[in-house]
Structures are given as C-alpha cells and as structure tokens.
Ligand binder design. Structure first.
Ligand code: PLP
Length: 237
C-alpha cells in the first residue's frame, strides 16, 4: 500500500486519541490551577477528508479548524447537515475573506487591517469571532502581525460590525528557536494589552499537538490540536 492510500484512523483509534488528549488537557489544567471546562478544544482537520470530520462529530466534536480556504469551503459545504463550528486558522487572502465569512464561525488569523476591512463587507447572520494573530518570531513569513500592530488591528476589529473581537492567537516558534513556554508567556502579555483595550477580548488561541500543555499553563483558552487526534496528515493535496 502506498502512503497515499494509508487508511484513516479507525473509530476506536480516534476515540482513544481524543480521550488521551482530553486527559492531558485536564492534567495540564489541574497543574495550572485552572478548570478544564474553560478550555475549548478545536480539532484541526486540514488535509483529512470530510468523512473524518463527520466521524469526529459523531464522537462529540463540535469545533473543527482548517487552514486553507478552498478546502475548508468544500468540507463545510459537504458537512452542512452537521452543526459544526468552523474555525479558520490559516493565512487568509483579502480577496477570499468574504467567501470565508460564509462558513467560518471564527477566524483566528486576523493579521492586518486590510483583511478586517474586507471582512467588514461580508454578509453574515452573526458576527464572526475574531482573533488577532501575533507573530512570536522575527520572521514575517511565519504569519501574524508584529506585536506593535496589535492595538491598531484590534481597534479596527472593534469598529467592524461583522466581527466580534475575542482575543489573541499565535503559533509557537520552532522549539530550537525558543521554548514554547517563554514564547507563550509573551503571548499572555499581548493578551493583557488587548484586555486593557477591550476587557471582553480575553481569549488566547494557542497550543498545538507538541505544545498544548505549555499553552494551557500560559492561559490558553482555545487549543488547536490536529495530528495528536487525527494521526499524521496525508500529503498536501
Ligand atoms: C496545522 C495547525 C494546527 C494543528 O497542528 P498539529 O501540530 O497537527 O496539532 C494548529 N494551528 C494551526 C495554525 C495550524 O496550521
């Protein structure tokens, strides 16, 4: 069997991995003196077929995340019969913003004012949850706004009726660049800056397969976990 034909995880495997991730979240929360119930789990399903998302929904998952617009749009359409909340977590082109607003309940990658302005013209029934993504590295190619732009972008979101400012989002630097714990400590400072501007925007979207316990310790409220639950991703299509 070639790697492209590698089967997806069985239902039993999926359930077992979910259980294991949930218990590690509970443990990290306990260590941090936090309630696990205040931490949302978003399962990142990028590159996996819609059928896997359907099976996750049957296991009780309500929040799923994708990082590419076309793939997200297709899956959301195919799974229209499920009451899933779709989280967009990847770089979003300005010209695709209005389309993403059709299915996205949350956009975690708000990184520039032009994107906010494009989303301002979207037709939405309810405001979309908006997270300002901050780049925790010096490399602009990693995605996210420079920390100095946080307030300016946040003010723009606050002035936009189609969006509801929820908090900050970040991806940790590579472990050899900086340990996740110290990077997430800075993210928490950015979160405090945002709360000074808008007290209700207290959410912190951080933590992936390899660093979610550190994210929980630093106060993350939204974990974006993929491969620890879905297994390794199929090659990008
Ligand atoms: C892929 C991705 C994740 C999940 O990554 P895993 O390491 O598979 O848990 C989280 N956040 C973003 C922005 C991603 O692109």
């Amino acid at each position: 069997m070639s790697s492209e034909e590698r089967p997806e995880a069985s239902d039993a495997e999926l359930a077992q991995r979910l259980e294991s991730v949930r218990s590690r979240i509970a443990e990290a929360a306990r260590d941090a003196g936090r309630a696990a119930e205040e931490i949302a789990l978003i399962v990142i399903t990028k590159f996996h077929p819609a059928e896997l998302v359907r099976r996750l929904a049957r296991l009780g998952i309500g929040d799923v995340g994708e990082n590419r617009h076309q793939e997200a749009q297709a899956k959301a359409a195919e799974l229209d019969d499920l009451a899933l909340r779709w989280h967009f977590v990847g770089q979003l082109q300005t010209k695709k913003a209005r389309q993403a607003a059709q299915y996205a309940h949350a956009i975690h990658s708000i990184d520039r004012e032009r994107l906010v302005d494009a989303l301002a013209t979207a037709e939405v029934a309810d405001p979309i949850d908006a997270f300002v993504q901050i780049n925790l590295t010096e490399d602009p190619a990693r995605g996210g706004a420079a920390p100095g732009e946080l307030e300016r972008i946040a003010e723009r979101v606050l002035a936009t009726r189609t969006l509801r400012l929820r908090g900050v989002m970040a991806v940790a630097p590579l472990p050899e660049e900086e340990p996740a714990a110290s990077a997430f400590a800075r993210l928490r400072e950015y979160s405090e800056r945002l709360r000074a501007l808008e007290p209700s925007a207290a959410a912190i979207s951080a933590g992936m397969t390899h660093d979610f316990p550190e994210a929980v310790a630093a106060g993350a409220t939204h974990l974006r976990i993929g491969s620890a639950i879905t297994g390794n991703r199929p090659p990008a299509g």
